[in-house]
Design a protein around this ligand. Sequence first.
Ligand SMILES: [Zn+2]
Ligand SMILES: [Zn+2]
Length: 310
Amino acid sequence: MPLHVKILGSNSASFAHNRHHTSQLLQIQDQYFLIDCGEGTQMQFKRYGIKFSKIDHIFISHLHGDHYYGLIGLLSTMHLYGRVKPLILVGPPGLIEIISVQLRYSETHLNFPIEYIEWVPNEYQLIFENEKLTVHTLPLDHRVPCSGYLFKEKPKKRRLNKVFLPDRLPPNEIQLLKNGEDVYDDQGKLRYANAEVTLPPNRQLSYAFCSDTKYKPGLLNWISQTDLLYHEATFMEDMRERAENTFHTTASQAAQLALDAGVGRLLIGHFSTRYKNLDPVLREATSVFKPTSLAVEGQVFTINDHGEHG
Ligand SMILES: [Zn+2]
Ligand SMILES: [Zn+2]
């Protein structure tokens, strides 16, 4: 199944030029992950027809308001809509305390449990795992503890080559073949040689989300060969000093990182309000790394099973 990233917001600091604060909806196989939840995120859900009930995991990068001020509103709406199933929330130290205080003083008792997973600042950690994927934290260099996330599918099973197999196979034989084993009949005679009737597994797709950070070449250790990289590009090269002083990255630096990491495609976002027209920002990045796109709200970026971008 393809991997999709839908952009819900990509402006830094304040709402401007019809651009909202950072938020993205990642779909891997049949699972949805909300990454960052800036103010207005639940309005974006409505705008783009996203069901609140789809979201079982929320990942927050850091405690600057433009990345999580929408969270308490979203949680409250989930509660009002009658959610009872648990929600996994991943984020920095302090986040669950802030949410708890907000809920306590509004005397709101959520109908659903929040399972909070707190990461350790400045560490590359396996922070979440289920049967289909792993998520690692990507330690970033920002003014407050900040972490990106690397989502990666687990190894997949072999695919059945229908050309060489009957239409209906018993479930146990399907499992054996998908696991790479040969199938024998009751007499011990080889019925299907795995190599002849199966195809290699689909590629394990990966997505790296790098939120607010100074240019950090050390990220190459972890994001190399990622299918899709989102990286902030708050400023352009002529503002490099400002980018450094405010712990942000320029479009050219983000593109350099993508180039060095050999990623499939780069998405840039977290644009400064000073750029109403984003064409020059994109031009600066593509001059270094051609397969770059702007993280424009409402757009969906897709990678298919072969790692191709659509
Ligand atoms: Zn920010
Ligand atoms: Zn920030």
